[in-house]
Structure formats: structure tokens, C-alpha cells
Design a protein around this ligand. Sequence first.
Ligand code: PPS
Length: 306
Amino acid sequence: MEVRPRPELFDFHGVGMITDFTENWDNIQNFKARPDDILIATYPKAGTTWVSYILDLLCFAHMGPDRQTSIPLHDRVPFLEICEPPMPKGLRSWQTNHSYLAGTDLADKLPTTPRLIKTHLPVQFVPKSFWEQRCRVVYVARNAKDNAVSYFHFERMDSGMPEPGKWSTFLQNFMEGKMVFGSWYDHVNGWWEKKQTYSNFHYMFYEDLIEDCGREIDRLCSFLSLSPSPEEKERVKASVTFDNMKQNKMTNYSTFDSMNQTISPFMRKGKVGDWKNHFTVAQNEQFDEDNKQKMKNPDLKFRCEI
Ligand code: PPS
């Protein structure tokens, strides 16, 4: 059996991409958002799954336990731009009779209201219907150092992503923005700018979630005008701990074929500051210097430790 080859990164309108995220481009751009859709936007590895699960529970826990125990989170919260074959382990679509599975189709078929939709697109690529329909947007950002470390381990374990190479090579590429979905700096800044002109927007931070998940759930509820009872809120908080999500087959991506969790688990560490176990002193100095040049907006601040 032939193993699926790793995809190559290429430049797509100035942003690093792989074909899994560009193959369905016209349908992505023409996607028809609905006014009550909630778009969960992030740079990869910033806490997408965590916030998706929180929102799914806040919106749909009342539908009963079946939904929570039988439908993987990635089917409940479709990934808008993905277009890949549902394939047996290691096979490409051209080796099977399966048709492509597109996030836009999954979203179109979602039976729920509101629809929760995940995207990693930089803000300039978001289908215009989301803005026209005034959809609610939740953006999650994570400090660049931990984000880079998490992305490195993810590329090691997910054969659907480009080969990350050695940590030092990966880190250099990260600083230069040669990554799938482009530069972290452009992503977090681009979405931050959008927040200044688009009011239906909640910009949140991974580090805040780690510091006080209950407070962040309250903020999300207030943004979405949800009023769960204190008991419901406690139940959500307990379900979304790192340990519970790591054990939960519906949230730990164990149902995803392209990921080899023996190389690195999807739910890996879930910490602020793991970068200290990866960056050398020299890498850290170079990274800080580069960061200073690229992060000029004093209002957008990240915490690399808490
Ligand atoms: S993806 O592939 O882009 O959708 O990944 P994403 O979900 O954005 O990010 C994965 C990282 O988020 C961590 N994570 C959590 N941390 C703490 N608590 C909870 N509940 C939680 N859920 C997910 C996950 O462990 C990845 O971070 P690292 O640093 O690699 O552990």
C-alpha cells in the first residue's frame, strides 16, 4: 500500500498553502453564511479545538448526550476550507473511489442553528458572506512561541501537512512566515485590525483560557447572549479540561486517519511556556528581536508565561 506523500507548501496570493485548503477555493469564496452562524477563526494550533468544544457545549448540550458521544467534534464544527478525501489510512483519493470531502459541504448540511464553523484562513481570505451577514466571529490567538512549538509537533504527526524538518529549520520558517496559512504575525495582526471595524467580534487568548477558563466562558456567554445556569456552566468547564478532552475520543482526533498520535498526541501538553523546553537561548534572543520588528501595535499583547 502506497503511503500518502507529504504535501508541498506553495505561495497562494502571498500566503503559504497546501492543496487541501485551496482545491475547493471557488466554493469557499462563494460560501453562503447565515446571519446566526458563528465563525471560530484561529491560526493553526492556537486553541481552535478547545474553543470549538466550549461553544458546542454552550450551544448544544441541551440536545442530550448522544451528540456528545457519537459525533466527532470535527464533524459538528466543520473546517470550512478543508477539502480532502475520506481515505483509508495512508491513501490518496486517486487510489480510492471516494469523492472529496469538503468543509463547505459539511457546513451546508449541518442541521443545527447556530452553525459553528472553524477556519484558519487569514482575514483577507474569509468569504465575504460572513461579513455581509454580520456573523459573530470568535478569534483565538496564542503567543507565538508556544504556537510555533505546537505547530512543529503537529506537522511531525500529521502526514497531511508538509514535512517540518528539524526544529531549528521549522522555527526559521515560522519567523519568515513560510507556513501553511502564512505568517503568524500577519494572521494575529490582520484579525486584530478587523476587530477595530467589525463589531460582532470576540478576540480571545489561549493564555487567558489557561489562566481562568470559567472567566473566559463567562465572556463568551456574554458575547453570544447565552445564559446557562451555574450548574450548566460548571458542567461545560469540567468537560473542557485538558485531561478530559485528551481522554474524549470525540475531541482528541483519534478518529482522524492522517494523524499518527504515537509520534505526538493531538492533545499534547496544553500549557503556556512549553517553548522554554524547545528554544535555545540564541533562538529566543533572535525570536524576540524579530518579534519586536513585526509586532508594532502596543494594544495587541501576548503573554509567553503566566
Ligand atoms: S488545530 O489543529 O489547529 O485545530 O489545533 P488547535 O486545536 O488550534 O490547537 C491544539 C493545541 O491546543 C491544545 N489544547 C488545549 N490546551 C489546554 N486545554 C485544553 N482543553 C485544550 N484543548 C486543546 C492542544 O493540546 C494543542 O496544544 P499543545 O501545546 O500542542 O499541547
